[in-house]
Ligand binder design. Structure first.
Ligand code: ATP
Ligand code: MG
Ligand code: MG
Length: 346
């Protein structure tokens, strides 16, 4: 059989590895950590830094295709993968790991986003506030996730505190979008096929995804087609291969693109039990050149709950309620850490 190389050792890699095993593939994880959810279920793993080109070249020689479950993999060292295919392409990483590149890319394609301006220092922040207005959100260009690296600016006098709060790092200032709900489009693009899943309604708590629910409210269902078209446009512009996720705000004026993740996504976990084919299986199918699976929702109602930090301690109760439990095998249940999730079908 063939071997899939996965950059990153977290829970997304674990769920890709499980789907890969079902299709008869082996997986080989590449990650700098000493342990991790994906490492426990893979056949092989390489512990090395993402910048280590010699280790990347040796890894590439042992696998048939490389993918990633983590969008902050540094791009330049990936040339060491040589002729081993990388799916999704490096271009998708480059765009998704820098909010300035991401916003500029969307703008070039004519896609609606929040009003935004680049911020490099206190002076450009003042100019950006003039342009964008308040309320606004200052977001670091790189390495932000789960709402980290963000500061709200309710009035111009909050600017200095916000600049300090994001560590005085290069950032993007975004105008605050008045939205009715949030949703995501999980899409998959293969060699000659493109498919999307039905959009879940995503609720966040403390900046972290808490639940994804289907069917979503009517405003989201009404905006599904438009958001699918935008997602497809982004995927085609990147000559994408694999699962691509785009987050949207559902506003009175239609979908507003928030950000993309060049990978399988937490808001797609409901597809494991709730859809005809899971996002993980479809990602594997796409990167291995197999036909894509049907993406339809398979139950009347599907609800995914993240188990964050100490919430994971309540897993027994979820089983009693008929939930499908996924625990990621992480050690300590630190606050804000995604320990697992549960899917309820109805
Ligand atoms: P993720 O973990 O999804 O990668 P992130 O840290 O990259 O999150 P964003 O998705 O940019 O952060 O923002 C987190 C949440 O903050 C959004 O889901 C939304 O609820 C809110 N938010 C972000 N930007 C805006 C905006 N411009 N207007 C209104 N709300 C926003
Ligand atoms: Mg993000
Ligand atoms: Mg987000």
């Amino acid at each position: 059989g063939s071997t899939i190389g996965i950059l990153g050792g977290g829970q997304l890699g674990r769920m890709i590895a499980i789907a890969a095993a079902q299709l008869g593939y082996r997986t080989h994880i590449y990650a700098p950590e000493a342990s991790g959810p994906a490492i426990d279920v893979a056949r092989n793993w390489t512990r090395a830094a993402y910048e280590d080109e010699a280790a990347l070249a040796a890894f590439a020689a042992q696998v048939d295709v490389v993918t990633y479950e983590f969008e902050n993999v540094p791009v330049a060292p990936l040339k060491a993968l040589g002729h081993t295919p990388l799916h999704p392409p490096a271009a998708a990483l480059e765009v998704a790991q820098d909010r300035l590149a991401e916003k500029s890319f969307a703008e070039r394609l004519g896609i609606a986003t929040a009003p935004w301006a680049a911020v490099d220092d206190a002076t450009s922040l003042a100019a950006a506030l003039e342009q964008v207005g308040t309320p606004a959100i200052l977001k670091t260009r790189r390495f932000g996730y789960d709402g980290k690296g963000q500061a709200r600016i309710m009035a111009p006098e909050d600017a200095a505190a916000a600049w300090d709060a994001v560590g005085r790092r290069p950032a993007v200032l975004e105008g605050f979008v008045t939205f009715e709900a949030e949703f995501s489009i999980v899409a998959v693009r293969g060699a000659d096929a493109f498919a999307t899943y039905e959009a879940p309604e995503n609720r966040h708590k403390d900046g972290i995804l808490a639940t994804s629910t289907l069917p979503a409210s009517s405003i989201i269902r009404d905006q599904q087609d438009q958001a699918e078209a935008i997602t497809r446009q982004l995927a085609e512009a990147l000559d994408y291969c694999g699962v691509l996720t785009c987050e949207y705000f559902a506003t009175a004026d239609g979908p507003v693109f928030n950000e993309m993740a060049p990978r399988v996504h937490n808001s797609g976990h409901w597809t494991i039990e709730g859809a005809a084919t899971s996002q993980f299986e479809n990602h594997v199918r796409a990167i291995c050149g197999l036909p894509l699976g049907w993406t339809a929702r398979a139950f009347g109602r599907v609800e995914m709950h993240n188990l964050i930090g100490a919430e994971a301690g309540g897993w027994h109760g979820w089983l009693e309620q008929g939930g499908h439990l996924h625990l990621y095998g992480k050690g300590e249940a630190r606050p804000g850490r995604k320990m697992g999730h549960v899917t309820l079908l109805g």
